[in-house]
Design a protein around this ligand. Sequence first.
Ligand SMILES: Cc1cc2nc3c(=O)[nH]c(=O)nc-3n(C[C@H](O)[C@H](O)[C@H](O)COP(=O)(O)OP(=O)(O)OC[C@H]3O[C@@H](n4cnc5c(N)ncnc54)[C@H](O)[C@@H]3O)c2cc1C
Length: 416
Amino acid sequence: MADGLRIAVIGAGIVGTSCAFFLQRDGHQVTLVDPREPGTGTSFGNAGIISLYSIAPVLTPALLRKVPALLRDRTSPLAIRWRYLPRLFPWLVRMVANARPKRVEALAQALAQLLARADAAHDTVIQECGLGALVRSGGWLKVARKEETLLSSIAFDRRLWDRFGRRYRLLDRKELHDLEPALAPDLEAGVLLEENRAVLDPCGYVQGIARGFYERGGRFLRAWAEGFAFQDRRIVAVSTSAGRLVVDAVVLAAGAFSKRLAALGGMRLPLDAERGYHVMLPHPPQSLSRPVYSCDHGFILAPMAGGIRLTGGVELASPWAKPDYRRIRRLVPLAQRLLPGLEAKIVSEWQGCRPTLPDSLPVIGRVPSCPNLVLAFGHQHIGLTLGPLTGRLIADLFAERDPGIDLSFYAPARFR
Ligand SMILES: Cc1cc2nc3c(=O)[nH]c(=O)nc-3n(C[C@H](O)[C@H](O)[C@H](O)COP(=O)(O)OP(=O)(O)OC[C@H]3O[C@@H](n4cnc5c(N)ncnc54)[C@H](O)[C@@H]3O)c2cc1C
């Protein structure tokens, strides 16, 4: 490509930074715009799982049936701030409509075709940005005190794993403890999702991709994107808190905060935030060697470079609301029961916003009424997993290369 296009990528999470990397690699002149350092938004605090098995949409018929009980339990993985309900209601109604069994099958198919390609895109950034030391193989483990709990908890997903050819291994008590000796002895059963990898420092991973982008000549502008200037239905400049940026095209990848700018570009989307929390705890003398999910309590313990990350659950509330750490703190004693050597010493606390559309699919594509605005957000619980692939797909779109998959599932116009 001659000099390439001048492209502004708005948002430097895993998705935006990956878009910037793959576009710069194709010879474009890319400016990544964010008021904060790359990887310090929601991409900072996730569980680090490259989760190829998350084929089910966010809301399944089985989960929908459990919602009333989950909302009553103070340690359950679901909470709602009732004051936000009127604003959230249209999103919730659409989310529930997407939990019909036939619809769930179609959405699973659309997620599966992305997930089947996610690993290869990670391999590209790992190799080209030298990130091998931040990634660990060995799978992801789901465990339970009783075998029935494990089997009922994974029943829906298991059908999808079988359908889409994902390898997994059911473990009895001995196999489980041979694999993870630090886990509590009363755990009876587990399933090892063998193909997953884990990122040991999700923020460091994004910053590594950003370094690869800078090395190829990419530029970072520390600023808020505030609006667009148009000419003949095309964006000609982005107004930012640091001045005007003249562009040939824009990629909007501001995660859960993309809604307003998408609307300015002519696309109203039902995007909302599934907020999430983590606390960091020191590694116990005998720690875990892979992330572990408790089917009994719905949380994850993820061993990371800086300690054990306890994450779990969804809080439905405004993306701008103040964090409420009480629920995640309540999980610490339950985490200690799962991993007996764990000390209840919270080193740090964090809250972020998963960007979620009601059909659980991201938007990856052009805005029909403004063709040089491209959307790349809505990656819900699997943005770390799908970030690099999204970057590759966006670069394919600009290059008019065959992406190898049907992108119509993710078209922004599907909500019209
Ligand atoms: C507790 C928790 C655990 C998770 N675990 C996993 C996991 O194990 N595996 C997995 O795959 N996913 C996981 N996720 C999901 C994943 O973290 C998200 O899907 C992903 O981080 C979203 O990335 P993003 O780049 O879209 O958004 P973000 O990382 O939020 O980045 C968006 C960026 O846009 C910037 N921005 C916003 N507005 C503007 C503006 N106007 N101008 C310029 N910049 C702007 C923000 O500052 C931010 O840096 C988890 C999420 C949570 C909350």
